[in-house]
Design a protein around this ligand. Structure first.
Ligand code: GLU
Length: 509
């Protein structure tokens, strides 16, 4: 049996990272088993259709390296892969269920259903269209199939509902949760098909999974309540033997753990819940994306892989290939996984460190140029190699490295107060003198400044060196001071130190 899995999103908006994780787990499982991965678009609910969502889903998964073998964007032997394009094929399946006594036509108008609901509410019970109520409703079980067909031929609107058998235990075997059993009395006779010729999600999903020869359905936990209906549909169609195996993934939870991770949590705590930036076509609202925030796709993949799954040990950094090797459904957790922003940043930092220096230099060069500074490729490369370890997001590059390219125009007041003590202008003038008298290279400068001047005169090393840093950088951050001095060159350092002497000046004791 060849493993065939599908990712089956509805194009109702941007893909939530929980959906991305579902796609990722399907992909890992398919690759590991030498199987195939299919992208099917489930757009039967046209009222929820959002233009651009399908393209967004394809672009997002492509960015993350989650590749498909067949799908709406690739074609394949089981196409079409968009349910609206498969519309003509569903009717026969709905009719087959009716012919076999597994479904029926229902004509109840929305007003009649509403009235029924009210009637039940008055008795403090919830109305459910099921084995206990269907005999009191307007459907082909009551009026007879011939009469129903006549009404349909006359153009009356109808739906097809599934006919759950009364009081039957339905067991769904779930690869993560084991056996989950539900009694049919708790389930309502779901609508499968509507007179506009469109199937609902349930019918289309089962018909497609069957005809596309899907072997494993790996999807979010929110679909577990629908699984008994799906199992019953397989039986009703006579497809129980080839029914796919189910695995319902745990929810992605808010960082605090109480409830499903939502866009509002992202807005509140400052992280994206969508892989790519999304521009809502209706409201114009823009939602941030991992890609646009500078996250690397491999960091997002690694982070998501571990939200709800572990390799059975404490290994954390895994490439896509390693994940394919190590992934297994047994290690998927039953419990929801809390989103952790610090962990997301940690992965990002780790993967940023793995980028070749040249690639970081390229990013930096763009920012240097954007700040109207001259780009010397070799110099930019040296800065990138040296500063990479301090960077998590590409957007931090300029702020972290700007002083390599531009003299500071301001001096951090707190640092001035702490470091620039009385007599500092004299020490800085001495620094300039030393720069001009000894060979301009690391060891010579080290000896002349640190040993022969600061140490020999019993000066406060931290105060002098940090004041020098303040003059050169503007803040008390940065790499080894003398390395920086050598990189910037004598003239530039001299100019910066002189400017600090002039601007900050001598301070009172
Ligand atoms: N169209 C459903 C969704 O949007 C697919 C559920 C399933 O995988 O069966 O999540």
């Amino acid at each position: 049996m060849k493993v065939r899995v599908r990712f089956a999103p509805s194009p109702t908006g941007p893909l939530h990272i929980g959906g991305v994780r579902t796609a990722l787990y399907n992909y890992l499982f398919a690759r590991q088993n030498g199987g195939q991965m299919i992208l099917r678009i489930e757009d039967t609910d046209q009222t929820r259709y959002v233009p651009g969502a399908e393209q967004y889903i394809i672009e997002a998964l492509d960015w993350l390296g989650i590749k498909f073998d067949e799908g709406v964007h690739l074609g394949g032997p089981f196409g079409p892969y968009r349910q609206s394009d498969r519309k003509p094929m569903y009717r026969q399946y709905a009719e087959q269920l009716i012919a076999d006594g597994w479904a029926y036509y229902a004509f109840d108008r929305p007003e009649a259903l509403e009235a029924k609901r009210k009637e039940f509410e008055a008795r403090k019970v919830t109305f459910q269209y099921d084995c206990t109520t269907r005999d009191t409703m307007d459907n082909s079980l009551v009026c007879g199939l011939d009469e129903a067909k006549r009404r349909i031929a006359e153009g009356e609107a109808y739906v097809v509902r599934f006919k759950f058998p009364a009081d039957t235990d339905i067991t769904v075997h779930d690869l993560i949760r084991g056996d989950v059993t539900m009694n049919s009395n708790l389930l309502d006779d779901k609508v499968l098909f509507k007179s506009d010729g469109m199937p609902t999600y349930h019918l289309a999903n089962i018909v497609d999974d069957h005809t596309m020869q899907i072997t494993h359905v790996i999807r979010g936990e929110e679909w577990l309540p629908s699984a008994p209906l799906h199992v019953m549909l397989y039986r009703a169609f006579g497809w129980a033997d080839t029914m796919p195996q189910f695995a319902h993934l745990p929810l992605l939870l808010k960082p605090e753990g109480n409830g499903k991770l939502s866009k509002r949590d992202g807005d509140r705590l400052g992280f994206p819940v969508f892989p790519l930036e999304w521009h809502d076509p209706k409201s114009g609202e823009v939602s941030s994306g991992y890609r646009e925030q500078g996250y690397l796709p491999q960091a997002v993949v690694n982070m998501l892989a571990l939200l709800g799954w572990n390799p059975g040990n404490d290994k954390e950094l895994m490439t896509m290939d390693e994940l394919v090797q190590l992934f297994n459904i047994e290690h998927i957790s039953k419990n929801g996984a809390k989103f952790n922003l610090d962990k997301a940043k940690w992965f990002q930092h780790e993967y940023f460190q793995q980028l070749p220096d040249e690639q970081v230099a390229e990013m930096l060069a763009k920012q240097v140029e954007a700040h109207a500074c001259e780009v010397d490729q070799q110099y930019v490369l040296r800065v990138a190699a040296m500063m990479k370890e301090r960077i998590t997001f590409p957007s931090e590059l300029w702020d972290t490295c700007s002083y390599f390219f531009k003299a500071p125009t301001e001096y951090d007041p707190a640092a001035v107060k702490k470091r620039w003590k009385p007599g500092m202008t004299t020490h800085m003038a001495k620094v300039i003198e030393i720069l001009n008298t000894v060979p301009f290279e690391y060891d010579a400068l080290h000896k002349a400044l640190l040993d022969d001047y600061i140490t020999a005169n019993g000066l406060n090393m931290g105060q002098v060196m940090n004041s020098l840093r303040l003059a050169v950088v503007g803040r008390t951050v940065g790499p080894d001071m003398l390395t920086l001095v050598v990189m910037l060159g004598k003239d530039e350092v001299e100019r910066r130190v002189q400017r600090a002497i002039d601007v900050i000046g001598e301070v009172e004791a």
